[in-house]
Design a protein around this ligand. Structure first.
Ligand code: PEP
Ligand code: MN
Length: 296
């Protein structure tokens, strides 16, 4: 018996008709809609690597990390100016000052910027500085925010709610699409599961990647940093995510020489590790191209 309100993948054509494959046959079984962010293309085959600090703390910290991310060969810079923290007593980010720092980092590195917006009243402000607007896990079902973000005219990075099903995630994306903005990139960032917290922060749900690819034409990336919460797990999780078909990675990076990060220090990797991940991503893509050519 199907319980009222209980959603399954069969409900997707009704929940997300603008985004699901079944109702958009022009994308066939495996074509992805390419989402472009200032020249960086998500979903065109080559994985996109985004790196940067958890939070924009200061000019020197952010610039040091931004240059490390650039040297590592990554494609985009991340960093939260506004931070969703569990405790209101914890560091909340540097706000508009942080946005200004991100702008300087972009000028110096030419890396496009993705940063989180949490408040409908600040969408316009954040959109002035960001090349891509991030909606965080905690706000995935903040439908008012989703609609406002969609209307800002920028591509959107929609993180999966930490306890959201695939249907709920794509339903949230549909809110953005319904405003006429199809420039959406999905991001798996770990879910709450019975073992979450015991040996890792969340449980990285790689199984969802093939399901996303089968059910929507939107690109999907993986955030191994929040998913694991453990720096040594980030590199193997990144490789695994690409093997599962993710179109990119978003990774937290620190420059420990300028100080220990104020948030999420235990999951931050350094620039050298990011460089290895970026190299793996390029080689992984080249390997797939060779395999495809051989099969054709
Ligand atoms: C982040 O990426 O900065 C972040 C806060 O992640 P999440 O919303 O997935 O917790
Ligand atoms: Mn973080």
């Amino acid at each position: 018996m199907k319980i009222a309100g209980q959603l399954t993948i069969d409900d997707l054509p009704r929940i997300a008709p603008l985004l699901c494959r079944q109702t958009n046959p022009q994308y066939g079984e495996d074509q992805t809609r390419v989402v472009e962010v200032r020249g960086v293309r998500f979903g065109n085959g080559r994985p996109v690597v985004i790196g940067g600090p958890c939070a924009v703390e200061s000019h020197d910290q952010t610039l040091a990390v931004a240059h490390a991310v650039k040297r590592a060969g990554a494609d985009m810079l991340r960093g939260g100016a506004y931070k969703p923290r569990t405790s209101p007593h914890d560091f909340q980010g540097t706000g508009v000052e942080g946005l200004c720092i991100l702008r300087i980092a972009r000028e110096e590195t030419c890396l496009p910027i993705v940063t989180e917006v949490m408040d409908t009243r600040l969408v316009e402000q954040v959109a002035e500085y960001a090349d891509m607007l991030q909606v965080g896990s905690r706000n995935m079902q903040n439908y008012t925010l989703l609609k406002e973000v969609a209307r800002a005219g920028k591509p959107v990075l929609l993180k999966r709610g930490m306890a959201a099903s695939l249907c709920e995630w794509l339903g949230a994306a549909e809110y953005i699409a319904k405003q006429g903005n199809l420039d959406i990139v999905l991001c798996e960032r770990g879910i709450k599961a019975f073992a979450a917290g015991e040996y890792s922060r969340y449980v990285l749900d790689l199984n969802v990647i093939p399901a996303v690819l089968a059910n929507t034409f939107l690109p999907v990336i993986v955030d191994p940093s929040h998913a694991t919460g453990v720096a040594t797990m980030v590199e193997p999780a990144s490789r695994a995510a690409l093997e599962f078909g993710a179109h990119g990675l978003m990774i937290e990076v620190a420059d420990f020489a300028t100080g220990r990060p104020r948030c999420d220090a235990d999951q931050a990797i350094n620039g050298e590790t990011l460089a290895r991940i970026a190299k793996f991503a390029r080689e992984h893509h080249e390997r797939l191209l060779v395999e495809q050519q051989a099969a054709a």
